[in-house]
Design a protein around this ligand. Structure first.
Ligand SMILES: Nc1ncnc2c1ncn2[C@@H]1O[C@H](COP(=O)(O)OP(=O)(O)OP(=O)(O)O)[C@@H](O)[C@H]1O
Length: 603
């Protein structure tokens, strides 16, 4: 019952989708709800009328004698009325199915859109935690797979109205029949409720396994992984692993389905038995003359109908309750709120940056970890300076970039831009002034122009800007070679898609950084896949273009790093050394050691 508390929120969402369609559906369903009791009652009137006619003397032997006597007029009217009801019912059924279908689809689209908006507003930590990924996965399934809930709920409301009218009729004839019906249905209701709760619990508990299945299915059959799967011969291994996991879930589901059907069958038999007791009561009262034959057909019809409707309603009700438990997943995802927010009173981001950026005793631990990824960080990035971050894997370089862009907030200390804490700027303002290209940049399966435009979507139609960004990052030469130029879909996922080499992709990704008028440019290992000549060219341009701008670059290649004005050497989340290439070499510390190590490889 608790899960039904989500229904008002669900209705509000449906109403927001389209008030006019929602209203149409309600009105049409109300009309449909009244049709069955009305048809049953007209049926009773027809039979009573026929029986009455058989007890009065015949007006003549032929049909025309009957017609001219006018004794058939009432019967004909009743028959016509019943015909109209049947035709109306058919038309209404189609109208309802049309309106519900359209409304459901719109609703699914709206929920999906809201889901995407909400997901985009969440913190990065949410995406890096398996608990939130589970929640997101359940919410996504909810958004895509629950469109039936809407027609089911409206159908329930319709059935409730029909039942209320039929019950009113039945009670006015014989209240005892109501009691019989209730006895017939009680076990089924309890059984359904129990098994629904169990099925939901099972489905919820197995979310991590289902996500793993989804993942195995994906890596087992996708363009991105095909090469490695083939060469390592992983097909069989993945299939076996999938099979094992799928079988575990299958066995649990099968056991539940079996128990559900066995108990369901038993409860249904109890219902049928009790129904026939009711039928016997009606038959007995007709034989003893308390009911007319018309009453008999009406009551037996109502009873049969009520039996079916009640069964539907109660099974449907528990199904709806089950579905609304899934609504819990959807709404609880919507209730997750981001913790990295803009301040109520934001300061404008300084453009250009005048004094520079300062890390003051900054420490940060990733959520759910005990280890400090970085700690006690104290350094400055001067305005207009190009600073390189170097250090071995896991030293904390990318973490610094995540803190600079407020993908995470520090647990200790603060980061200042021109003396103002990063948390004092509006998030959009801050990010609009920063151009970042991460080492794991996204290869969008969009066309080449769009792949650059994503760096600044507001300027997606600004072709000269896109072309100029491409020229700066050397992506123009890559795009010119494509048969469809900037219109060429990239990636292999869609029709006409062309894949690029790693370095070519990287040039396209770097162009995204140039789409922005960034005051702070950050390149996190942007040149790892570039050949030596491209790397030199890209950096020459980067230096020239970042003139007057603050730039941070992360690289493992010392040929790149040495071009920076200043170099910070990180180790274990701390700054070990800082200075220019020449300073650091003459200091003969860790930098000199790493540099020598790399240089000796080329000798
Ligand atoms: N999302 C995360 N959750 C938990 N720990 C993380 C996460 N990302 C990084 N770490 C840990 O934080 C530390 C710093 O990682 P970071 O990515 O900043 O290193 P890096 O210097 O950029 O390394 P690389 O040269 O390999 O890119 C590492 O010990 C890493 O294992």
């Amino acid at each position: 019952m608790g899960s039904l508390a989500h229904l008002p929120r669900f209705f509000a969402q449906v109403w927001r989708t389209s008030p006019s369609l929602t209203l149409s559906s309600i009105v049409l369903r109300l009309m449909r709800a009244l049709q069955p009791p009305l048809a049953l009652y007209v049926g009773k009137l027809i039979i009573d009328e026929i029986v009455r006619q058989t007890h009065v003397a015949s007006p003549g032997p032929s049909f025309s004698d009957w017609l001219s006597s006018g004794r058939l007029t009432h019967l004909a009217q009743l028959l016509l009325f019943e015909l109209a009801l049947v035709v109306a019912s058919d038309v209404l059924a189609r109208a309802v199915s049309f309106v519900d279908g359209v409304l459901s689809e719109l609703h699914t689209n709206i929920v999906s859109t809201e889901l995407m908006h909400h997901a985009a507003s969440l913190d990065l930590k949410h995406f890096e935690s398996s608990e939130y990924q589970d929640r997101l996965e359940r919410a996504r399934r909810q958004a895509a797979g629950r469109s039936g809930l809407l027609s089911q709920l409206f159908g329930q409301a319709q059935d409730i109205v029909t039942v209320a009218v039929l019950v009113a009729g039945l009670v006015s004839y014989a209240p005892v029949l109501m009691i019989i019906l209730l006895i017939a249905l009680a076990p089924a209701v309890m059984g359904e409720a129990h098994f629904n709760a169990e099925s939901y619990r099972l489905s919820r508990a197995k979310t991590p396994e289902r996500r793993e299945l989804e993942y195995l299915r994906y890596i087992g059959a996708s363009a991105e992984t095909a090469k490695e799967i083939k060469l390592f011969g992983l097909g069989g291994f993945l299939a076996a692993r999938f099979r094992r996991r799928a079988d575990e879930i299958f066995i649990l589901n099968r056991s539940l389905a079996l128990r559900r059907n066995l108990w369901g069958g038993l409860f249904a038999s109890i219902g049928t038995l009790t129904y026939y007791v009711g039928y016997a009561v009606i038959a007995w009262r007709t034989v003893t003359g308390q009911f007319s034959v018309g009453d008999l057909t009406f009551l037996a019809g109502s009873f049969l109908r009520l039996h079916g409707l009640f069964q539907n309603l109660l099974v449907g009700f528990t199904q709806v309750a089950g579905q609304t438990m899934f609504l819990d997943d959807l709404f609880s995802f919507f209730d997750v709120t981001p913790s990295i927010l803009s301040p109520a009173k934001a300061r404008p981001f300084p453009s250009p940056i005048r004094q520079g950026i300062a890390f003051e005793n900054v420490g940060f631990r990733y959520p759910d970890t005990d280890r400090w990824a970085v700690r006690g960080l104290n350094f400055r990035l001067g305005a207009g300076e190009t600073v390189a971050l170097v250090g071995e894997n896991g030293a904390g370089k990318t973490t610094i970039v995540k803190l600079l862009t407020r993908l995470y907030d520090p647990d200790e200390g603060r980061i200042l831009v021109d003396g103002v804490d990063l948390r004092g700027f509006a998030l959009e303002d801050l990010r609009a002034h920063i151009g970042v290209i991460f080492q794991d940049f996204v290869r969008y399966n969009f066309n080449a122009g769009e792949n650059i435009a994503v760096g600044r979507v507001e300027a997606a139609d600004d072709q000269p800007r896109i072309v100029s960004a491409a020229e700066r990052s050397l992506a123009d030469a890559v795009i010119e070679k494509l048969p469809m130029g900037y219109e060429q879909p990239l990636g292999k996922r869609f029709v006409n898609g062309r894949d690029l080499s790693g370095g070519e992709w990287q040039k396209v990704a770097i162009a995204r950084g140039y789409m922005r008028d960034a005051d702070l440019l950050i390149l996190d290992e942007p040149t790892a896949a570039l050949d030596a000549r491209s790397e030199a060219d890209v950096f020459e341009r980067f230096k020239a273009l970042s003139h007057g701008k603050t730039a941070v670059l992360i690289s493992h290649r010392f040929s790149t790093v040495r071009m920076a004005d200043r170099i910070l050497v990180l180790e274990g989340g701390r700054v070990l050394e800082a200075g220019s290439h020449a300073d650091l070499l003459s200091a003969r510390g860790r930098y000199a050691e790493l540099f020598e190590l790399q240089a000796s490889g080329y000798r």
